[in-house]
Design a protein around this ligand. Structure first.
Ligand code: ADP
Ligand code: ZN
Length: 590
């Protein structure tokens, strides 16, 4: 719809410009020499001009060379007397008035053309949407109204979230049980958690289990550039929901509408505020008997307007977390059912090797593997999954990218720098894989895999990470006595991590357990921090990074021969794993 108006505007502008340009050219007269009245009278009297035409107050003639002349003469009929006296011949051209009907048509024609264009586009719009002039009609009504086929069994690994929603399903199925008991079921449920954790899926599952209609709309669709449209969309959406009750109305990305109102610097966004206010009004107007449950999803609970979270609105908040290792195994199995997978795949192992993956990423990984196998034929094997995992995690390999030998050498030392520092630091996550095949934007990668899932990190672990991140840059310094832009991303992460350690987690001795977090709210007043404190903070961050840099340098200097040996193998094989490194570092144990 948005695109449609944009197109319309563009066409209107093109049309108007064309009309303007045409008019400009049409009105352009031929070159005519203009004379004053007195000069003209002289010329007639002297017999220079003997023959002319008169149209109202404008006399025109052509001389013997074919040049055209014009002179304006007074309206007074007496003004032609001198010409009669001089015996000049002149022809009076009557002013031809066009027919009144033609005149009206002509004067209205631009408007008629515009109207025709409008009409044309609106008819087109109607064909697409099934509704003419659907300005304020919610897209939920026009697009996303479905009978959900998703069931709770399709949602895996987030059992706690599921449990909290079971009673909503019961209520939608049989409200009397609840109303008789005098229990009030929440009309608004807010699902919050990282992207891809299955919030949409859960909402669909509620509708599917209860067998009710599922309306869905994204918060960003409410906020259009036309003021008032968002609010009227909300109105229509709720009206439609009530008509089709019992039903679920799902609002994805509610933070697009539900941000803190007037959060300063960006200036009040009237449109968004109006939409939000309308949403609040509609939610307040709900009766429990309406049997409409609003489910909203966001990954930014912290920026939502408090008004949205008040009782009677989204007062049930359900966290949809990233799955743990058990959850991942269950999600993998749910999606594995849909493909042809080898029976000997140990899903527990796969789950272990995918820490931090969201449900969507796991689903994506299985799909990638299935796609690869579809081309080849056969069953998905564990090595297909491994390739698919890397692809989901780091982007597709770019084997065709042209890399000079020198660049490849630098990349190899850089990655081995990361890997070797990680290897040597006790307590760091074990190195899983090192590769110099370019992927996405990266020229190479070093992957570590935690042995167990961690929920909090020690100072030592974080400090080790600083050293590992700096390992790449340090290797370049040692070997080439030169540094490249290849470490840009590493350095950004080092700075980020060190700042958090000092400012958020109270991990520096001199600053202690004070928090200096930059406020997330734009325009919120800045924390009162003195210039000295800022300097002190920066000093601590610098000290932390310097120490980590020295540690990495020490490790790589002490193990330079090993570094050279691993790099040689890496340059040859392009990808090496834990075992390959083991064989070089500890040949006896390998
Ligand atoms: P969100 O709304 O939280 O961003 P979605 O619900 O859109 O995430 O998840 C996208 C896809 O990822 C789903 O369609 C599903 O295939 C898969 N998925 C995510 N979480 C789960 C889960 N817990 N169980 C099974 N599949 C999941
Ligand atoms: Zn690096």
């Amino acid at each position: 719809m948005n695109l449609f108006y944009k197109n319309l505007t563009i066409w209107l502008i093109i049309g108007l410009t064309a009309i303007l340009v045409l008019n400009l050219f049409k009105g352009q007269p031929e070159t005519v020499n203009v004379l004053t009245y007195s000069d003209f009278v002289d010329k007639v009297k002297n017999g220079v001009v003997t023959n002319f035409s008169l149209h109202k107050t404008s006399a025109t003639w052509t001389n013997s060379n074919g040049e055209r002349f014009r002179a304006a003469i007074p309206e007074d009929p007496a003004a032609v007397q001198p010409f009669i006296d001089a015996g000049a011949k002149f022809e009076i051209i009557p002013s031809s008035e066009p027919h009144w009907f033609l005149r009206i048509v002509l004067s209205w024609s631009p408007l008629l053309i515009l109207a025709a264009i409008w009409f044309f586009f609106i008819r087109k719009g109607r064909n697409q949407d099934g509704k003419a002039m659907a300005f304020g009609k919610s897209k939920a009504q026009l697009f996303d109204c479905q009978q959900s086929t998703v069931r709770f069994k399709d949602v895996a690994g987030i059992d706690e979230a599921k449990e909290e929603l079971v009673e909503i399903v019961d209520f939608l199925k049989d409200p009397t049980k609840f109303t008789e008991a005098g229990a009030r079921i929440p009309t608004g449920v807010l699902l919050y958690g990282e992207p891809g954790t299955g919030k949409t899926l859960l909402a669909k599952a509620i509708a599917g289990e209860a067998g009710v209609t599922f309306f869905s709309i994204s918060g960003s669709n409410f906020v259009e550039m036309y003021v008032g449209i968002g609010a009227s969309r909300v109105r229509d959406l709720f009206a439609e929901g009530k008509k089709k009750a019992p039903c679920i109305i799902f609002i994805d990305e509610i933070d697009a509408v539900g941000r803190h109102r007037s959060s300063g610097a960006t200036g009040g966004n009237d449109e968004r505020e109006q939409t939000l206010n309308q949403l609040l009004v509609e939610m307040d107007g709900f009766e429990v008997n309406d049997q409409v449950i609003i489910v909203a999803a966001t990954n930014r609970l912290d920026i939502l307007d408090q008004a949205l979270l008040r009782p009677g609105r989204f007062d049930r908040q359900v966290l949809v977390p990233l799955p743990d290792v058990l959850g991942r195994e269950q999600i993998l199995k749910v999606h594995a059912r849909k493909i042809k997978a080898a029976t000997d795949i140990d899903w527990k192992m796969v789950a272990k090797s995918t820490p931090g993956f969201s449900g969507a990423e796991l689903a994506n990984m299985i799909n990638e593997a299935a796609l690869m196998v579809a081309r080849r034929g056969g069953e998905v094997t564990i090595s297909d999954l491994e390739i698919a995992k890397d692809k989901v995690m780091m982007g597709a390999e770019r084997r065709s990218m042209i890399i000079t030998v020198e660049e490849k050498r630098i990349t190899a030392y850089h990655e081995v720098g990361h890997a070797l520092v990680a290897w040597m630091l006790p307590g760091a996550d074990p190195v899983h894989k090192v590769s110099i095949v370019p992927r996405g934007k990266a020229l190479g990668l070093t992957m570590q895999l935690p042995e167990t899932e961690k929920h909090s990190h020690s100072y030592t672990y974080l400090f080790n990470n600083l050293c590992i991140l700096l390992g790449g840059r340090v290797a370049e310094e040692l070997i080439f006595d030169e540094i490249t832009t290849g470490s840009g991303n590493d350095i950004e992460r080092v700075n980020d991590l060190a700042r958090k350690m000092v400012c958020e987690w109270g991990m520096s001795k001199n600053i202690g357990a004070l928090v200096f977090k930059a406020s997330e709210q734009p325009g919120a007043s800045r924390p009162l921090v003195s210039e000295e404190t800022i300097q002190e903070i920066n000093g601590e961050i610098r000290a932390l990074i310097d120490t980590a840099h020295d540690t990495a340098r020490q490790i790589l200097t002490d193990n330079r021969e090993i570094m050279e040996a691993i790099t040689l193998v890496l340059l040859e094989k392009e990808t090496i794993n834990h075992r390959d490194m083991q064989a070089i570092i500890n040949p006896a144990r390998g």
